[in-house]
Design a protein around this ligand. Structure first.
Ligand code: MRU
Length: 385
């Protein structure tokens, strides 16, 4: 069964603590906006769509608990007070991580709902109900759109291979980071495309980079691919060139944290390296992401804010002790070790990089496949957004 980043039942939100995966599956209950903010910032939950879903679900939960509270909080006593309060909470959630635009798209969508309900002259409690509905919708829509984009992208790749007169069987695809069910509300984006190829009998093997320093590949993508029984091979980030030199790779498929108007795409650091190498080896480079990842307010990648993670994160590795040991609770013992000299000061640790549109063969969303404009190195995404 596929893994899930978040589970909701009985009016509770729980997330899997992704810092402990793949060795320990620990669920953490998220009850407050502050806890959601902390979980996103500390990367207990990560992946652009998953953090947007958590933010939206937490706002919905917070409002539904407020509606039931006795006495009701003061900010529920008038539309103006509700407006000021909810806007503050949404602005706070938006500051948790800067690069993934889906978080901003979710908070903006809730603000738009708030505006519309205010303009319609509704009372505070009805507006709160509208926001609860909208917040839950943001999460619920994710799985079906992931399935749609995975199918679009998978079929497009098969067609491209056929156009070259080659058999579209045993397709080998490489990915970066983690874009599966742990990074979304289910099925995944780039990993969804790989899953689609597997389910339709077209996949040869999935290759995935470790994606240091946070190891989304070796910890999370590895776990997802094993859970789904998809044949896979891990490589270190520095081995991409070697992989392309020595193996037939039909496509590189990645997710996105923000796509600028012209198609420049921010994704997990290391994606740009893979794109340059893919271009050198004539390998298709496909970005798979929901429309909410496209930021039409940003003309090109130079304006995408890139999150710098704390230096210490690049100096530490966390994992299960080896050979494995169980602690008193029967849980695998984990440890964090430092891999650099204790007194190392200079560390460069951006969380994302930007792949220029000219290196991208296709951008796949739930609406279909976009390719670069004829004779140009950029995309026109205005039609699909
Ligand atoms: O820092 P992370 O783990 O949140 O980064 C995630 C990525 O870069 C993913 O590739 C991207 O968000 C797409 S997730 C479907």
């Amino acid at each position: 069964m596929a893994l899930a980043s978040t589970r909701t039942s009985g009016g509770k939100i729980e997330i899997v603590n992704q810092l402990l995966l793949p060795h320990t599956t620990e669920f953490i209950e998220i009850e407050t906006i502050e806890q959601a903010h902390d979980a996103i910032k500390s990367m207990k939950i990560r992946g652009a769509p998953a953090i947007a879903s958590l933010a939206a679900l937490t706002v919905a939960l917070h409002l539904s608990r407020a509606l039931q509270a006795q006495p009701a909080p003061e900010w529920l006593s008038s539309p103006e007070l509700l407006d000021a309060y909810v806007t503050r909470q949404l602005d706070f959630l938006y500051t948790a991580r800067p690069t993934a635009v889906n978080l901003g798209a979710a908070t903006r969508r809730l603000k738009n709902r708030l505006r519309t309900s205010l303009e319609e002259g509704k009372g505070a409690r009805t507006i709160a109900q509208d926001l609860i509905y909208e917040g839950r919708e943001i999460d619920a829509e994710d799985v079906s759109r992931n399935k749609a984009m995975s199918k679009w992208g998978g079929e497009w790749l098969v067609e491209q291979v056929k156009k070259k007169g080659k058999s579209p069987e045993n397709l080998n695809v490489m990915t970066v980071c983690n874009t599966g069910s742990l990074a979304t509300s289910g099925y995944g984006t780039a990993l969804g495309l790989i899953t689609y190829l597997y389910e339709t009998g077209k996949l040869g093997r999935a290759f995935f980079t470790q994606s240091t320093p946070y190891h989304q590949g070796s910890r999370l993508t590895a776990l997802e691919l094993l859970t789904l029984n998809i044949p896979s091979t891990m490589l270190c980030d520095s081995m991409v060139g070697s992989l392309f030199q020595h193996n037939k790779i039909h496509a590189v498929v990645v997710g996105a944290d923000r796509i600028a108007c012209n198609g420049d795409t921010a994704n997990k650091v290391g994606t740009y390296n893979a794109a340059v190498l893919a271009s050198r080896h004539n390998i298709r480079f496909i970005v798979v992401a929901p429309i909410s990842t496209v930021d039409l307010d940003i003309a090109d990648g130079s304006a995408i804010p890139i999150e710098q993670r704390p230096a210490i994160e690049a100096r530490l590795v966390r994992g299960a002790v080896y050979p494995s040991k169980l602690n008193a609770q029967g849980v695998k013992e984990q440890a964090t070790v430092m891999v650099t000299p204790e007194n190392l000061e200079g560390v460069y640790n951006p969380s994302f990089d930007v792949t220029p549109a000219e290196l991208i063969s296709a951008i796949v969303t739930e609406k279909g496949v976009a390719v670069r404009m004829v004779g140009k190195n950029v995309f026109d995404l205005s039609d699909i957004v």
